[in-house]
Design a protein around this ligand. Structure first.
Ligand SMILES: Cc1ncc(COP(=O)(O)O)c(C=O)c1O
Length: 374
């Protein structure tokens, strides 16, 4: 049985919303974008959200909004997608990796404090696979050192840990609506925050630093705009928002289906020799964005190949960032520096996880993994 790695759930409702949007005047950031931003902020229980072109752009703008750049360091994790640490490099700052927890793959707050130097300007945790970092612990450390937290929430809209949701304890939280994300528009992102001043700065930075955005330039009589900041062209636009808006109502139901699939994977794969997986810790609701297993690093690539031969779509999220060629050559990183991230990076395989998977497909994945790992 063929099982795609991912299939989006966009359909007639999204097509209709796009068609309705085309009847309006705005193609760029306009009322649909605003509607989506308001929904996201309400869902997270924070002051506001700013729609941007991608999570990568969001992370970059968040750093810029804090004036982080050359000569500064930002502490982050090597167990992530390259966008996290690349955004720090694009801002002109230096990513400082600290190792992750062995059980969740999330940045280990205990490793953060020893990495703080006089050049540290922010901490950038990643809620890996949708399981939230221990934000209460991280917030305590950040407060002791007067550091802001920029959360990489690319995997984590629906998550919660110890009563804390994404964006609630960080200064800014960046979301992705990339093609395979829990809310998907192909490309897209948002930055949520409790801080009105940061939201204002982000809004300006996403449109060239202009004092007025397109929608406000249109809806009132012409007034000159000014350039207040060196900004970028990074806004979400209304067609993207039109693709996202109909999905908002299904967010929780689709999470429930992914949760049920993950529980079935966990139940069945717990009995398969040579297969382990990250744990959801007590007090945590994982957003269940990705389901990964760990196999013997010596066999990982063979298991990957075998699963694909059997028609099962797979991926690797992620090989440790510090061992990728660019990072090794530029910063001299070597194997052995972040053992937990390396162990996860060498042993991980990501299995299909999306609401449209049928029970039969889930069983086919389990059977194929059991055969391949044997
Ligand atoms: C952990 C993480 N951070 C950042 C990103 C970047 O998101 P985007 O593709 O929206 O720029 C991704 C995307 O896959 C991601 O997985």
């Amino acid at each position: 049985m063929k099982v795609e790695f991912f299939r989006h759930a966009l359909g007639a409702a999204e097509a209709e919303e796009v068609a309705r949007t085309l009847e309006q005047i705005f193609l760029t950031a306009g009322p649909r974008t605003k509607q989506f931003e308001d929904w996201l902020a309400g869902n997270l229980g924070v002051t506001g959200a700013v729609g941007v072109s991608s999570c990568t752009m969001g992370l970059f703008l968040a750093l810029k909004a804090l004036d982080i750049g050359s000569g500064h360091e930002v502490i982050t994790t090597p167990m992530t997608f390259i966008a996290t640490s690349n955004s720090i490099l694009h801002a002109g700052a230096t990513p400082v990796f600290v190792d992750c927890e062995p059980v969740t793959g999330n940045i280990d707050p205990a490793n953060v404090e020893p990495a703080i130097t006089p050049r540290t300007r922010a901490i950038m945790p990643v809620h890996l696979y949708g399981h939230m970092v221990d934000m209460r612990a991280l917030r305590r450390i950040a407060d002791q050192h007067g550091l802001p937290i920029i959360e990489d929430c690319a995997h984590c809209i629906e998550g919660e840990r110890d009563g804390v949701r994404p964006a609630q304890l960080g200064e800014m939280a960046c979301f992705s609506f990339y093609a395979t994300k829990n809310l998907a528009s192909g490309e897209g992102g948002a930055v949520a925050s409790k801080d009105p001043e940061l939201l204002k700065r982000l809004r300006r930075l996403r449109t060239h630093g202009m004092s007025k955005e397109a929608a406000s330039r249109y809806t009132s009589t012409y007034q000159h705009w000014d350039m207040l900041d060196l900004g970028y062209n990074g806004n979400m636009f209304d067609i993207q928002a039109a693709l996202l808006l109909p999905q908002c109502a299904h967010l929780e139901a689709r999470w429930r289906r992914r949760e049920a699939i993950c529980r079935r994977y966990e139940e069945a794969l717990a009995n398969v020799a040579g297969v382990a997986f990250p744990r959801v810790l007590p007090g945590s609701k994982s957003a269940r964005h990705l389901f990964t297993i760990w196999v013997d690093p010596g066999k990982r690539d063979a298991v990957l190949a075998r699963l694909q031969e059997e028609g099962i779509g797979v991926a690797v999220n992620y090989r440790a960032v510090h061992l990728l060629t660019y990072y090794r050559e530029r910063f001299g990183y070597r194997r052995g520096m972040y053992p937990n991230a390396e162990r996860i990076g060498d042993s991980t395989i990501t299995l299909p996880l999306y609401p449209g998977l049928t029970d039969q497909q889930v069983e086919a994945v389990i059977a194929a993994v059991s055969r391949a790992a044997a």
